[in-house]
Ligand binder design. Structure first.
Ligand code: GDP
Ligand code: MG
Length: 160
């Protein structure tokens, strides 16, 4: 029983994933959402946001001393961002794998960045780099009532 409970809790990991303005302009929104859906993850939050500079700065606050920070903030607050919260087993680490490496020179061709990105400053998507980061970013982008708790009918065909 303990083990069963643990396995169910395990599926509740959440991450914050965002489709950046470059990908929204390029019409890649449906494509990117599909990759997460088809993988088997559960969408628990979704909205289109025009982030103000404060939100962009806060989101990337770890990078505030980097030379590219002002351009990064300009870019993220320049257009619509699709903010998402995905839930499932190991979703934080798996989402990073689906995205591929930050630098498009290193991202594998099968990944989202590998398929759709050329420049590091236009690398299509974001996803939290750790469970603690995910908690912070979900809180930053979503209010509690914007996250939906639901049970997908297919869960028993996704998880053993
Ligand atoms: P991520 O977690 O893979 O997105 O990478 P980081 O957290 O290190 O950086 C955040 C974002 O800043 C990246 O996705 C890039 O868009 C951008 N970025 C990171 N490093 C560089 C860089 O050296 N030059 C430029 N122009 N942008 C960068
Ligand atoms: Mg990061």
């Amino acid at each position: 029983l303990r083990l069963g409970k643990f396995l169910v809790m395990n599926r509740r990991e959440r991450t914050f994933t965002a489709i950046k303005p470059d990908a929204v302009h390029r019409g890649l929104v449906g494509e990117i959402i599909s990759i997460f859906e088809r993988k088997g993850y559960k969408l628990v939050g979704l909205k289109l946001v025009l982030p103000d500079r404060k939100l962009a700065e806060n989101h990337y606050s770890e990078l505030r001393d980097k030379p590219f920070f002002p351009d990064l903030v300009d870019f993220i607050s320049s257009g619509p961002v699709v903010a998402m919260c995905w839930e499932g087993k190991d979703v934080v680490r798996t989402a990073r794998k689906l995205l591929g490496a930050t630098n498009p020179l290193e991202s594998e061709p099968g990944t989202i960045r590998g398929r759709y990105g050329i420049d590091i400053g236009r690398n299509v998507v974001h996803s939290s780099d750790a469970v603690t980061t995910a908690e912070r970013e979900i809180q930053l982008w979503f209010t509690e009532h914007e996250l939906v708790d639901w049970d997908p009918a297919v869960a028993r065909w996704v998880y053993e």
